[in-house]
Ligand binder design. Structure first.
Ligand SMILES: [Zn+2]
Length: 350
């Protein structure tokens, strides 16, 4: 499967189509902002209204932000290739599974939080999305149900979806009253070391989440290594000074042990920080006792899917409800440009 990424940005589209020759300073700045504010494990690949580019093959996903400039040349080549292979693009969505897992991070309520983006969404928009899921007959699944669905032992009553809240940001707690309003289940992924205390949740708040019968709590490691050159993949590859595979193993084992001791319940699932993982890390996670692993590789999940590489889709806070509906259909990540500073907030095109 070769998911597509959608970017509503005319300048960026022009850049891609022209091989960057028309790139403006502003579009460069915006592109950098996207990269810096996001947690991509793969290069951003494109699109806008009438141009679609397949994501690079899985093998290239470890390309990092610092290498983005090189990637843009591949992008231009991909556009050209797809123009020649138009029928191939129509097959990309043919073999579609049916369980999208939506990932949220920070919730913007008072304007002090980060602007809408890959990891921030306004409470109003989050509420609107949950209302739509409710009205459209979606049934959010717990992680045990996600696993059952993928193992083929669970047939959900309604349209399946799962709602995940990553990192344990304190602002993420604003989702709870909304989830409760609709009786929605959700899974929170807690950073059990550095993710406890401001601006993250504290332990009593974790306890309160755990006391909610519809909320799951699972591991998001101890310290959430994510910076380029300092990810868990870098650790196990000996590319980070002072960090090794043993340290990665401790990140996974300690967070599991601490959460289990605090919550008095099993913590069999792990979400990779910023989506960085490789086969070696999967083996380490299995040795630590995890039975399902969550990525931010977008796409939907289906019966028979790989529990060690569960797809999840980040929900960009700048996208409209129309784009959200598309995400529910195909599980593909879209990023929607935030309004430029000084421009009107209303932008129906988004
Ligand atoms: Zn995270």
């Amino acid at each position: 499967m070769h998911p597509l990424i959608r970017i509503n940005d005319p300048d960026l589209k022009n850049d891609v189509l022209s091989g960057e020759s028309t790139r403006t300073a502003e579009s460069t700045k915006r592109r950098q902002r996207w990269l810096e504010s996001s947690e991509y494990t793969y290069p951003i690949l494109i699109i806008n209204s009438d141009v679609e580019v397949a994501r690079l093959p899985v093998a290239t996903r470890t390309i990092t932000r610092s290498r983005f400039a090189a990637v843009t040349h591949l992008l231009a080549a991909s556009v050209a290739a797809l123009c020649l292979l138009a029928p191939a693009t129509t097959t990309l969505t043919a073999a579609r599974a049916t369980l999208p897992i939506l990932v949220y991070h920070q919730i913007r309520t008072a304007g002090a939080e980060p602007p809408d983006g890959d990891t921030a969404i306004s409470l109003a928009r989050f509420t609107e999305e949950m209302q739509w899921l409710h009205d459209a007959g979606y049934t959010p699944l717990s992680m045990a149900e996600v696993v059952g669905f993928m193992q083929g032992t669970l047939t959900p009553a309604g349209k399946p979806v799962a709602i995940h809240v990553d990192d344990g940001w304190k602002s993420g707690l604003a989702t709870v009253p909304i989830l409760d309003r609709f009786g929605f289940k959700a899974s929170f992924w807690i950073i059990a070391g550095t993710g406890i205390s401001w601006p993250h949740v504290d332990w009593p708040e974790v306890d309160a989440l755990a006391a909610n019968p519809r909320i799951d709590i699972f591991s998001h490691t101890m310290t959430h290594p994510w910076k380029p050159g300092e990810t868990l993949v870098d650790w196990v590859s000996n590319r980070t000074a002072g960090r090794s595979a043993d340290d990665a193993a401790r990140e996974l084992a300690d967070s599991k042990r601490i959460l289990e001791a605090r919550l008095h319940r099993p913590v069999p699932y792990l979400a990779w920080p910023s989506g960085f993982y490789n086969d070696q890390l999967i083996a380490i996670a299995q040795r630590a006792g995890y039975t399902a692993l969550l990525t931010i590789d977008d796409g939907v999940n289906g019966a028979g899917g790989d529990l060690l590489r569960i797809h999840r889709t980040m929900v960009h806070g700048g996208c409209s409800l129309a784009v959200f509906k598309q995400i529910l259909n195909d599980g593909l990540f879209r990023t929607c440009a935030p309004p430029l500073s000084g421009s009107p907030a209303s932008s129906d095109a988004r």
